[in-house]
Design a protein around this ligand. Structure first.
Ligand SMILES: [Zn+2]
Length: 496
């Protein structure tokens, strides 16, 4: 035995275990769970704390060690880039392995990057920054010719053969792409037995001229192709229409379609300021104005349409906070809770890469410096990067929250593991705290767990999370990051 976590409240949502137990860890796996395990290994007293499976984030765009520390400090032990995805996926796995990761990592194939290549000749670079830099260019958003769709599908097939975890579809970023193209991509996924992860097209309430309602489209693809459709951040793309969208999803699920949903408990979104739906003439569709946007690199609230045009032209991939729902409004807070408490809904962060304020020169000191903890105040992000899971647990289980701890934890670990478990054997050993499972473990205080990151202090780590182990190695110990730990391993599908 390498380690004994002594006397914690062990919660495993799959088996229903919720009792005081010792947990023995050996060779990166959970070796024993029981009462009074014999001594003989280093011990950590976790009395009074919850011991459970680490959180699996299906929606993380974080691509640096420093950003992943923030996620680990929020209980995340596996951070997967599935909505945007990356292409070519093999290069993304290579780069992550070469740099080392504190948490487990994995990638879906990227429809958007494959589309950029097929329609606009933009070579994919296997990272999100390259996508963000090109996202505003109209070239890649054009309707595709049949031959171009074939090229796209070939690229996605090659990524799936290389172990991609599914296909990510940033559909809302190319709203002129045809619904038929979407169905063809979903049919490819169905054939490969792999899930799709969609940022929905515009809802019909927002854009009455859309070729199809964004929510109907996802549900229809599940019914017509048989693909497992995962509906990303249903909170932010549905805004105040979330009841209509969730009812639609519920009907599809009842009819036997495989549609899953995820949500993050924040009223604001964040994306590249050059996104199609942030064009000045389109802001009204979502009830927004330029001042609903805060441009992260300078922290400025966008003052006018002219300033918005200027920023979109100069730095289309520059990240901006977008105020969608008001977190200080009880009605809007209730809408956010409905996305989170919807039966089966998964907690997923949409964690964003860090933006470094100050000089943009990539050779600048900040960009070149090795990651340091705590992060300097010049590193900023959306608070969801640092706080999604602890905020969700607080809202769901503390102060009269509607769920038991086990129910809430199911949304953070077991359900996300099940989304991928069909085709990815490694996920069947994650998201559970059982003998033989990977020792991806979070230890936290259920009475004090909470987010602390805010829009003004976005990289403040969560509170109440005491220890986090990834494959049996501490990445958070006594509430602090173990800065030299890189135990993260690739999560990859079997080649098909
Ligand atoms: Zn998205």
């Amino acid at each position: 035995m390498d380690l004994i976590l002594r006397g914690g409240r062990v919660v495993d949502p799959e088996s229903g275990l919720d009792a005081v137990r010792d947990v023995g860890v050996s060779d990166g796996r959970v070796a024993e769970i029981g009462n009074s395990l014999a001594p003989g290994a280093p011990e950590v007293d976790v009395g009074g704390l919850v011991v459970t499976a680490g959180f699996i984030d299906l929606h993380s765009h974080v691509n640096t060690v420093a950003g992943l520390w923030l996620q680990a400090a929020d209980g995340v032990t596996t951070a997967l880039e599935l909505e945007a995805g990356v292409t070519p996926v093999a290069a993304a796995y290579r780069m992550a392995a070469a740099e080392g990761r504190p948490v487990n990592y994995g990638f879906a194939a990227s429809w958007a990057m494959a589309r950029m290549e097929a329609v606009a000749g933009i070579a994919p670079e296997a990272n999100l920054s390259a996508f963000l830099a090109n996202m505003a260019s109209p070239g890649w958003q054009r309707p595709a010719a049949p031959g171009q769709i074939t090229v796209m599908l070939d690229r996605l097939s090659a990524d799936l053969a290389d172990g991609a975890l599914g296909i990510g579809l940033l559909l809302g970023y190319a709203p002129a792409s045809s619904p038929d193209e979407y169905l063809q991509v979903c049919a490819l996924a169905a054939e490969a037995g792999t899930p799709t992860f969609t940022h929905a097209r515009d809802l019909i309430e927002m854009v009455p001229t859309a070729p199809i309602d964004g929510a109907e489209e996802i549900v229809r693809a599940a019914g017509q192709t048989g693909a497992h459709m995962h509906y990303c951040h249903v909170n932010s793309t549905s805004q105040r229409h979330v009841d209509r969208v969730l009812a639609l999803v519920g009907r599809a699920q009842a009819a036997g379609s495989r549609v899953t949903t995820e949500a993050y408990p924040y009223g604001s979104g964040m994306t590249g300021i050059g996104a199609a739906f942030l064009a000045p003439e389109r802001l009204g569709e979502r009830g927004l104005s330029p001042s609903s946007l805060i441009y992260a690199p300078t922290g400025e609230r966008v003052a006018s349409v002219d300033r918005l045009r200027e920023l979109r032209a100069a730095d289309p991939g520059g990240l901006a906070i977008i105020e969608l729902l008001r977190e200080d409004d009880p009605g809007d807070r209730e809408l956010l809770m409905r996305s989170l408490t919807f039966p089966g809904s998964i907690v997923a962060s949409d964690a964003m890469p860090l933006t470094w304020m100050g000089p943009r020169d990539p050779a600048s000191a900040a960009a070149a410096a090795p990651p340091a903890w705590p992060l300097p105040r010049t590193a900023i992000t959306h608070p969801r990067t640092a706080g999604t899971f602890s905020r969700a647990l607080r809202l769901l289980t503390r102060d009269g929250g509607p769920f038991t701890l086990a129910e809430a934890l199911t949304k953070c670990s077991l359900r996300p593991a099940r989304v991928l478990g069909d085709r990815v054997p490694a996920l069947r050993r994650k998201g559970r705290l059982q003998v033989g499972c990977d020792a991806d473990i979070v230890v936290f205080d259920p009475g004090t767990i909470t987010d602390r990151a805010s829009y003004d202090d976005s990289t403040r780590p969560s509170a109440g999370i005491r220890h986090v182990l990834v494959n049996g190695t501490f990445v958070i110990r006594d509430g602090d990051v173990v800065t030299d730990a890189r135990p993260g391993r690739p999560v990859r599908a079997d080649p098909c």
